[in-house]
Design a protein around this ligand. Structure first.
Ligand code: ME8
Length: 520
């Protein structure tokens, strides 16, 4: 069985989970569920980023110790993910002892490789982004260019990683691997960034300023820069480095058989540079393989401003879940945003996407199952389910291309189109008319079998995005579980005993019943 390791960013434990965090995590969950359904052995990692000045200051403001705040917030993220149906395999916290030891081992290796030196540094630091910006980046207004927050002038002694040495090698890697950073626009952004000389990376902060961090193994007056600490989580969770093993000559011993390298790191475009420049050069410096792919998605915006905690315009995904259910939130986020582009959150678009679930997929299920009950006593006829064969095959192929090529919106559009096509098939066949004509019994049987088979395929296609309703749909079809993709060809629907039940997606607002449902 092939394996698949995917990661989300680890979220700052200083703020509540919002719809932006939910988006990345749901995106990862949908990919993870899809890969599992396609038969892969998946490791899906998420977690919280718990060190650094941002956390230290947030805890102080709330009168808590940093660890108390992190415990509280890690719990909040875990609860939110539970409520949104996230199926992660591991939730990592950077305050875990194993992670702290892996960070120390990685730094030692970089140092033993001659890539670390000490120097005085002066620059503009944004606590919001936990990084320095250049004079040019902050512009005349002196604000952080990502969220517009304040920057502080800081002059201090730091340890540095010789990142500049890896510029050419990184450019070559990006050029030789056109799909390493997706979508392509983001890849070009990184190449543009690398057109400029690449500075060395400050990897530590004086403990006198920030006490909440992982001490450098060779200088405990300094703590590890929080981005170096945070990025290393991907390696910790892979199991590649055994921090308890005797230390090798260069920071750590041989790598353990593990999940490293990751198949894909997912993140928002705000943190592409850290993932596509800092992280791979650190890995190169430590002689470790690079992740296989980096996917940077767009932002959810309100009007034309990024949704962000500091701007106070965040949408609470849990509030939406309470009203419409987790599957509807997941569907909206995946369907509405072209993977990679920005999208604007709008309540009326949420309702429109919900109506699509109710009126196309929900309606199809309700009509088809009601007709099996009405015309065949709830037992699916054993006739050949050959109708819609070409449409189903084409939809499955487009869907799989979309999910494997990280264009999820296209995959789900194909799934929804199949459901729409199946509703059209009902209108064209007019089963209610067939039912009145005893000579067309066989035709009615084939129509009903086709509809049930199509619904089984749709349950498989929707499971990654709408797992609860897909399972419900499969159960209504009389199946024990949502079929895996490999099981679809051999699936026989004849003899299944269906139940109609209440609508899968109760209508958000009353709308008149459709013609087909009326007639049967
Ligand atoms: O950056 N639209 O954590 P963070 C879409 N701890 N996605 C959004 C979003 C929006 N409006 N706002 C946030 C950090 N996100 C670091 C990461 S990883 C080694 C360390 C998502 O809590 C998006 O994935 O600020 C973004 O990259 C992430 O949340 C940032 O979360």
């Amino acid at each position: 069985m092939s394996s698949f390791y995917l990661t989300t960013p680890i979220y700052y434990a200083s703020g509540e989970p919002h719809i932006g965090h939910a988006y990345t995590t749901i995106l990862a969950d949908v990919i993870a569920r899809y890969r599992r359904r396609a038969g892969q052995d998946v490791l899906f990692l998420t977690g919280t980023d718990e060190h650094g000045q941002k956390i230290q200051e947030a805890a102080a403001e709330q009168g808590m110790s940093p660890l108390e705040l992190c415990d509280l917030m890690a719990g909040r993220f875990e609860e939110a993910w539970e409520e949104l149906g996230i199926s992660h395999d591991r939730f990592i916290r950077t305050t875990e002892a194993e992670h702290r030891a892996v960070v120390a081992a990685l730094l030692e290796r970089l140092r033993d490789n001659g890539l670390i030196y000490e120097a005085e540094y002066a620059g503009w630091y944004s606590v919001g982004q936990e990084r320095y910006f250049t004079e040019k980046e902050i512009g005349p207004g002196r604000v952080d260019p990502i969220a517009g927050g304040p920057v502080r002038r800081i002059r201090e002694k730091n340890w540095f990683f010789r990142m500049s040495r890896f510029r050419q090698r990184l450019i070559r890697h990006i050029e030789d691997n056109p799909e390493w950073i997706v979508p392509v626009g983001r890849r070009n952004e990184v190449l543009g960034f690398l057109d400029q000389p690449l500075a060395d990376l400050s990897i530590s902060r004086p403990r006198a300023r920030i006490h909440w961090g992982i001490p450098l193994p060779w200088d405990d007056s300094q703590v590890t820069y929080v981005w170096v600490d945070a990025l290393t989580n991907y390696l910790t969770a892979s199991g590649a480095i055994d921090p308890a093993a005797p230390k090798g000559e260069r920071g750590f011993g041989d790598l353990r058989p593990s999940r490293w390298p990751a198949d894909v790191h997912l993140m928002g475009k705000d943190i592409l540079t850290t993932h596509a420049v800092y992280w791979p050069t650190l890995l190169m410096g430590a002689d470790l393989p690079l992740p296989r792919r980096i996917l940077a998605h767009g932002w959810w915006v309100v009007g034309d401003t990024k949704m962000s905690k500091s701007l106070g315009n965040v949408v609470d995904p849990i509030g939406l879940r309470e009203r419409f259910g987790a599957d509807a939130v997941r569907w909206y986020l995946m369907r509405e945003m072209s993977t990679g582009q920005d999208a604007s959150y709008a309540p009326e678009r949420f309702l429109a996407r919900y109506d699509e679930l109710a009126n196309v997929l929900g309606n199809l299920a309700h009509r088809a199952l009601s007709m099996v009950r009405r015309y065949r006593g709830g037992c699916v006829p054993g006739a050949a389910a050959g109708g819609l064969a070409r449409e189903t095959e084409a939809a499955l192929a487009a869907y799989r291309r979309g999910l494997e090529g990280y264009r999820l919106h296209e995959g789900f559009a194909a799934a929804m189109n199949l459901a729409r096509g199946a509703n059209g098939f009902v209108e064209a066949r007019e089963p209610w008319a067939l039912a009145r004509d005893p000579e067309r019994r066989g035709e009615l049987d084939r129509t009903l079998a086709t509809l049930v088979r199509t619904l089984a395929v749709l349950a498989a296609m929707f499971e990654p995005v709408a797992p609860t309703r897909a399972r419900k749909l499969a159960a209504r079809l009389g199946l024990d579980a949502v079929p895996l993709f490999a099981e679809l060809d051999a699936l026989r629907v004849g003899g299944l005993s269906v139940t109609v039940g209440t609508p899968l997606f109760p209508r958000a607002e009353p709308v008149p019943p459709t013609r087909g449902a009326d007639s049967c």
